[in-house]
Design a protein around this ligand. Structure first.
Ligand code: ADP
Ligand code: ARG
Length: 358
C-alpha cells in the first residue's frame, strides 16, 4: 500500500510546500492560487486533488509528480494538469491534432539498420484508456476485474497474425513473470512513483498480458494505463513494427472498445507525460562511443529523443546498449512522432559510426 494513502489533500500539500530541492513539475506549477482553485473539487469519477498529487507530494524526486485520478480529472483539475502538460510537452497552447498514423503502405523507410550492426530490437507502443472507467486511484477491485473482462473479450476478437491469448498475472508463476520481464515483454510492480499513486493497489488482480503467436504484438492490461498496445521484434525494422501496431489499433477500435479522448489533448492516459499520441517508439541500440561522449544529452535534446536504460524507465544501460525513443507525444501526429524518432535514430547511428572511425 502507498505510504501517503491516509493523508488528505491539505496534509499532502503541506508536504509539497516543505519540499526544498524538488524539481518536479507539480512543485513548480501548483501555486497557492491553483491549489485554492482545485482543492475542494471532485471529478465525475469521484477523484480528488489528493488522488492526483499524492505521488509527487510523497516523492520529492519526481520529475512530473502528478497523475490524473480519472479521464475527467483533465477537466476538473485542468488548472494544474494543463500547466504541467504545457511544461512537460513544451507547448504554449494545447491544440493537439486529430490522429494521423500516415500511409503505412508507403512509409518511405523500413529497416534502420539493414547491416544488423547496432540495433538489437525495436518497439512501438501506445496507451489507451477505457472512457467509462477511472484511473488507479479511484478504481475498486471489482472495477479492475470488470475492466479486465471487457479488455479480454475484445482482444479475443483479434484475427490472423494478431490473434493470440490472454495470460492473467493472477496464477502466473514467479519464474514465468521474471522470465517474461527480463525478455522485455512483461511489466512488474517495481515503480515506486506509480505505487504511491495507487498503481499497484489490489495487485495482481485485473492485470495481465496478451500476446500473439509470434510474440510481436502484445497488450498490457492494467499496468500504468488500462491498456498498452505494443508491437516489437528483434532487429531494426521500424516500418514493419509500426505498421503492425497501426493495424492492431484499427482492429481494436472496431472490436467495441471506446477510448478516453479530449479535444486538444488527444488520447488520455494516467500520467500527463503520456497523453496526446501516447506513442513511444524505441530501439535498443549499441552506442558505446556516443553514450560516453560529453555531449550525449545535448545530442539527444537536439533531436527530441530520450535515452533510457534497457530494462525500462529509471534503469541503467547494460554494455553500452540504450533505449532511444521519441520524447514528444503531444502537439504532433502519430506519424510525425514516429518520424521524429526515426530521424533521431538515424542521426545516432551516423554519429556512433563517426566516433568509431567507421
Ligand atoms: P514504456 O513506457 O514504453 O512502457 P518502459 O521504459 O517502462 O517503457 O519499458 C517497458 C519495457 O519495454 C521494458 O522491459 C523495456 O526494456 C522494454 N523495451 C522498451 N523498448 C524496447 C525495445 N526497443 N526493444 C526491446 N524491449 C524494449
Ligand atoms: N511519476 C513519475 C515522476 O514524476 C514518472 C513520470 C513519467 N513516467 C511514467 N511512467 N508515467 O517522475
Amino acid at each position: 500500500m502507498a505510504s501517503g494513502a491516509n493523508l488528505n489533500t491539505e496534509q499532502l500539500y503541506e508536504k509539497l510546500c516543505a519540499q526544498k530541492d524538488s524539481k518536479s513539475l507539480l512543485k513548480k506549477n501548483l501555486t497557492p492560487e491553483i491549489y485554492k482553485e482545485c482543492k475542494d473539487k471532485v471529478s465525475k469519477f469521484k477523484g480528488k486533488l489528493a488522488d492526483c498529487i499524492r505521488s509527487g507530494c510523497m516523492n520529492p524526486e519526481s520529475g512530473v509528480g502528478i497523475y490524473a485520478s480519472d479521464p475527467d480529472a483533465y477537466t476538473t483539475f485542468a488548472p494544474i494538469l494543463d500547466a504541467v502538460i504545457k511544461d512537460y510537452h513544451k507547448v504554449d497552447t494545447l491544440n493537439h491534432p486529430q490522429p494521423n498514423f500516415g500511409d503505412i503502405a508507403n512509409l518511405g523507410f523500413g529497416d534502420l539498420d539493414p547491416g544488423k550492426q547496432m540495433i538489437v530490437s525495436t518497439r512501438v507502443r501506445v496507451g489507451r484508456s477505457h472512457d467509462s472507467f477511472g484511473f488507479p486511484p479511484v478504481l475498486t477491485k471489482e472495477d479492475r476485474v470488470d475492466m479486465e473482462k471487457v479488455s479480454k473479450e475484445c482482444l479475443a476478437k483479434l484475427e490472423g497474425d494478431l490473434a493470440g491469448e490472454y495470460f492473467p498475472l493472477t496464477g502466473m508463476s514467479k519464474e514465468t513473470q521474471t522470465k517474461l520481464t527480463e525478455d522485455h515483454f512483461l511489466f512488474n510492480d517495481s515503480d515506486r512513483f506509480l505505487r504511491e499513486a495507487g498503481g499497484y493497489d489490489d495487485w495482481p488482480t485485473g492485470r495481465g498480458i496478451f500476446f500473439n503467436k509470434a510474440k510481436n504484438f502484445l497488450v498490457w492490461v492494467n499496468e500504468e494505463d488500462h491498456l498498452r498496445f505494443i508491437s516489437m521484434q528483434m532487429g531494426g525494422d521500424l516500418g514493419e513494427v509500426y505498421s503492425r501496431l497501426v493495424k492492431a489499433i484499427g482492429a481494436l477500435e472496431k472490436s467495441g472498445l471506446k477510448f478516453a479522448k479530449k479535444d486538444n489533448l488527444g488520447y488520455l492516459t494516467f500520467c500527463p507525460s503520456n497523453l496526446g499520441t501516447t506513442l513511444r517508439a524505441s530501439v535498443h541500440i549499441k552506442i558505446p562511443k556516443l553514450a560516453a561522449s560529453p555531449d550525449f544529452k545535448e545530442f539527444c535534446d537536439k533531436y527530441n529523443i530520450q535515452a533510457r536504460g534497457i530494462h525500462g524507465e529509471h534503469t541503467e544501460s547494460v554494455g553500452g546498449v540504450y533505449d532511444i525513443s521519441n520524447k514528444r507525444r503531444l502537439g504532433l501526429t502519430e506519424i510525425d512522432a514516429l518520424q521524429e524518432m526515426r530521424r533521431g535514430v538515424e542521426a545516432v547511428i551516423a554519429r556512433e559510426k563517426e566516433l568509431a572511425g567507421k
